[in-house]
Design a protein. Structure first.
Length: 226
């Protein structure tokens, strides 16, 4: 896990540098333009503060809409699967490949297109695992019968998000129906509207909750090379 942690730190640092560099250049240009037009230093600072607040408000509106859709989906899934455990999952480009590969192995197809980005919900109960998107009418991307779940455990996958780099911890599902494959699902929780990937003890607790709800084995350690 040492190399993975190093990759995560490098990935997080690169993301901060890229985003921070863009914002510094953008705000720097605005400040220079306002200063050239004769605005005082206090006025320039005030303008930049207003821009920053505006960007934050727009982000919160977008995230609010996205999170409201997630709550609608979770409410609908809780009604469809009473007593099931629901876990929040981030979608990403690599996960599309894993979902399609696993569905083909199980002889199923996703209900519609598999999004390359966004948020999904994992349902775990005595029937197995199901990954859903959508709002008040959930759409099943991948259903794994309990008999085909060999185990769940802590894994590792590429970071989700347009400007995310490196790797993050994930829930690893080992699927076996005579053939086998692995699906790595980055679990998250919401912090000030933003999705924060679970790691460490938080992820282990999430993995345990999924294992208990589905009645499947929990691997204590991630398996190298999967």
């Amino acid at each position: 896990m040492g190399n993975g942690n190093s990759s995560r730190r490098r990935g997080g640092l690169i993301t901060i540098v890229v985003v921070g560099g863009y914002l510094a250049l953008r705000f720097g240009f605005l400040a220079w333009r306002e200063h050239e037009e004769g605005m005082s230093t206090a006025g320039v600072i005030g303008t930049l503060a207003l821009y920053a607040v505006g960007i934050f408000v727009v982000l919160q509106i977008v995230l609010g809409i996205q999170n409201a859709r997630t709550r609608q989906r979770e409410t609908a899934l809780a009604q469809l699967h009473p007593g099931a455990h629901l876990a929040k999952v981030q979608l990403k480009r690599d996960l599309v490949v894993e979902i399609r590969r696993t569905a083909a192995m199980l002889g199923t197809t996703p209900d519609g297109d598999v999004p390359r980005r966004g948020l999904a919900t994992l349902v775990a109960d005595h029937q197995g695992l199901g990954l859903y998107v959508g709002g008040s009418t959930p759409r099943l991307l991948l259903g794994i019968p309990r008999s085909a779940v060999r185990s769940v455990g802590n894994g590792e996958t590429t970071a989700a998000g347009r400007y995310a780099f490196g790797t993050v911890d994930a829930l690893r599902v080992l699927v076996d129906n005579g053939q086998w494959t692995a699906v790595d699902l980055p679990l998250y929780r919401t912090v000030v509207g933003f999705a924060k990937t679970l790691r460490g003890d938080e992820l282990t607790d999430g993995v345990r909750a999924v294992a208990v709800a589905a009645g499947v084995r929990q691997d204590a350690e991630p398996r190298a090379g999967l």
